[in-house]
Design a protein around this ligand. Structure first.
Ligand code: SF4
Length: 486
């Protein structure tokens, strides 16, 4: 068997078939999308920043064709008395690992694995345990095996405080306890790789701890609309049906418990019918008073806070679009924060001004908007009264869809605007936009913060404005549709 890397070992722990396919049929893998790439980039930035916890170390630069060289260089650095090495590279028993930060402490070598996440996850123990196994195999005396992750309680004041930004969690005892498990699993993986493709069916392991990148291959027997699409049905229950050979909605046994909404989804699909309760929709519409504002925010978050008073992964509103409907008149207002500048105060001022004529302010899924505005009110007490007056005028447009007063089979049991919109207004689509969903908008705004090319900046700003405007225009169209059906 050729060399196994740490990430391959982690893959094998999740599913032997995933490891086997990765090594033998790599082309079947789905490549990471932009959002996943963005997460990797954040991980890299966080890793580099965490090196400052142990400054002035020697860095080994990874390159797939320089692994032997890097192993030799690590050995040489250790022998020459280097105290801190970043990406220290080791091999033992054909397992290759790179240690984010290797530091010589007073009691021995210390391993620090850096993650950009905000908390410890169960999979991290195995990640660090395999590093411990390999380093111990290289004869290193390890005194600490620890996880370094982002501390979400940290609030930036002035310059970044690296020590406060990170939390170091000592996992040495559990990593030592975990060694027999790691050795056993390594053996099983090596034996498995010497054989033909393992016959493993799909299951919860396809989702946890990480979504597997071979699902396109392994899940191709699942029909386009199946028991896996029943909204809010737990994965455990979906697999319960699957394991009984039930894939299509029509085959679900009558005694299988579904909630009322799930049953409605199944019934509407099987009978090719929609469900509309005009009285319920009418009641919802009666509470709306013109001028009606229809508003939507975009937020972004950063692992490494850029602004004063910002916390890691805190959601910061960066943009809004507002349509105001008054009789036949439809006006549009918008705001987009300038790159490199905290957008919150200007956004709050502009929103207060733009919404002041609105008697009702419609949002889609009120919890999110309410939280964002409440946080702005806490941050700017001088504007709190005006911001709370916005909250008092908010009405949630999701209500008729969540209560299933308005349900079409195209919504597939969901009341998310991403399904409600194409179901009600199929001619309105995000397909032609360069930024077509909230995740992409969040990534684009984060990228703007460090961009320097003016043309690129203007292009992204224009894409962001178009995307957000379409969001509230979609709400205008949904409102029209509701009026039509009553
Ligand atoms: S999709 Fe599921 S079964 Fe297939 S390799 Fe991945 S985890 Fe294993």
């Amino acid at each position: 068997m050729s060399r196994l890397s740490k990430s391959q070992f982690m893959r094998g722990l999740q599913c032997h078939k995933s490891l086997w396919l990765y090594r033998n049929k790599y082309d079947l893998r789905t490549h990471p999308n932009e959002a996943q790439e963005a997460i990797f980039d954040i991980g890299t930035d966080v890793g580099i920043l965490a090196q400052q916890l142990f400054p002035e170390g020697n860095e080994i630069i990874y390159s797939s064709d320089k692994v032997e060289e890097n192993i030799a260089k690590t050995k040489q650095l250790i022998e020459s008395g280097t105290k801190t090495i970043y990406e220290a590279t080791f091999i033992h028993d054909n397992i290759l690992v790179m240690v984010d930060i290797l530091h010589k402490g007073k009691d021995g070598w210390e391993i620090y694995e850096v993650k950009s996440s905000s908390a410890e996850k169960p999979a991290y123990k195995n990640d660090i345990s395999v590093q411990y196994f390999v380093l111990q195999g290289n004869g290193l005396d390890i005194s600490v095996a620890a996880l370094v992750h982002i501390n979400t309680e940290y609030e930036r004041r002035g310059e970044l405080d690296i020590k406060q930004l990170f939390t170091i969690k000592d996992l040495t005892d559990s990593v030592i306890e975990n060694q027999p498990f790691v050795k056993e699993q390594l053996l099983l993986q090596k034996e498995m790789l010497d054989k033909s493709e393992p016959q493993i069916d799909i299951g919860l392991h396809c989702l946890k701890p990480y979504p597997c990148d071979f699902t396109e291959h392994c899940w191709k027997h699942i029909p386009n609309y199946s028991v896996f699409d029943i909204n809010n049905l737990t994965w455990k229950k979906r697999f319960e049906l699957y394991q009984k050979g039930i894939l299509k909605l029509k085959d679900i046994p009558s005694d299988f418990h579904l909630s009322d909404n799930q049953q409605l989804q199944v019934d509407c699909e099987l009978n090719m019918k929609d469900f509309i309760n005009p009285d319920g929709i009418k009641k919802f519409l009666e509470q709306l008073e013109e001028p009606i504002g229809l508003i939507d925010f975009e937020t972004f978050q950063q692992a490494i806070p850029s602004f004063e008073g910002q916390k890691p992964y805190q959601q910061i509103p960066s943009q809004y679009s507002l349509h105001i409907l008054n009789g036949d008149k439809l006006d549009h207002f918008e705001f987009l924060g300038e790159p490199g500048k905290d957008p919150r105060e200007e956004l709050a001022n502009r929103m207060i001004e733009d919404t002041k004529s609105c008697k009702t302010i419609l949002v889609y899924n009120i919890g999110f908007e309410k939280t964002v505005i409440k946080k702005l009110a806490l941050l700017f007490p001088d504007k709190a009264e005006h911001l709370h007056s916005i909250i008092d005028r908010l009405v949630d447009m999701i209500i008729p869809f969540r209560s299933k007063d308005y349900y079409t089979k195209e919504m597939r049991g969901s009341y998310s605007i991403k399904l409600v919109l194409p179901a009600l207004v199929p001619e309105l689509s995000y397909d032609s936009l360069d930024i077509g969903d909230g995740g992409a908008a969040m990534d684009a705004y984060s990228r703007l913060q460090t961009m320097t090319n003016l043309e690129d900046i203007e292009k992204i700003k224009s894409d962001l404005l178009k995307y957000c405007e379409l969001d509230t225009y979609a709400m205008v169209k949904i409102l029209e549709k509701m009026k039509e059906v009553v």
